[in-house]
Design a protein around this ligand. Structure first.
Ligand code: ZN
Length: 198
């Protein structure tokens, strides 16, 4: 799935965690981190632009290096080192990362129609336990769009009811501005609705 949907899924999983804001943020970021193995696209681009051919780092490492048990443990352990409640943060990070794997398994097909992305669970050490689903839908399929819209609705719901949002992941102040703006709009909407007296 695309990084924004992954971010929303991961943040939603972390929202269920009985952790403080910092440890929840660690778990949320952990759920996006497997896609760091796609950063090989950058040296690929530079090498091609400079006429050195295509080293194909993206094709070799994306969905291979960090999209399995090794990546899940490595990322969760790295996050836990920075957490206050280390074991809880580790466990919730593992959960967020596996939600990422599940999302990739069901909805990351493309660009070709038969271009199904597997999740090689024992990579990079073994090709055993490689999961693939023949019904995998495309990256830009309606299912991904619907899921993203539902998650955005949940973001607004949590901003109003819990005073939290994924914007906080990019900065506490930005998160507070977002929550306050959403709550102010919600209050105004309620006041202007017929049948409510504020
Ligand atoms: Zn992924």
């Amino acid at each position: 799935m695309n990084p924004i949907t992954h971010l929303l899924v991961s943040w939603t999983v972390a929202e269920a965690a009985p952790l403080d804001d910092r440890d929840r943020a660690i778990a949320a970021w952990a759920g996006i981190a497997p896609d760091l193995d796609g950063l090989g696209a950058l040296p690929d681009l530079i090498a091609r632009a400079l006429g050195y051919g295509d080293p194909a780092y993206y094709g070799r490492f994306h969905h291979a290096l960090l999209h399995g048990a090794f990546g899940a443990v490595l990322i969760s352990a790295a996050g836990a080192l920075c957490a206050r409640r280390r074991w809880s943060a580790f466990g919730w990070s593992l959960l967020a990362i596996h939600a990422h794997f599940l999302c990739d398994l069901v909805g990351s097909r493309g660009p070709a129609l038969d271009d199904i992305w597997p999740v090689p669970y024992l990579a990079p050490f073994s090709e055993r336990l490689t999961f693939a689903w023949s019904g995998q839908w495309a990256l830009n399929a309606w299912q991904n769009i619907l899921l993203t819209l539902l998650l955005i609705c949940f973001v607004f719901f949590r901003a109003v009811t819990a005073g939290r949002s994924p914007v906080t992941l990019f900065g506490k102040a930005a998160g507070e501005v977002f929550v306050e703006t959403v709550r102010a709009r919600w209050r105004r909407l309620r006041r202007s609705s017929p049948g409510t007296d504020g």
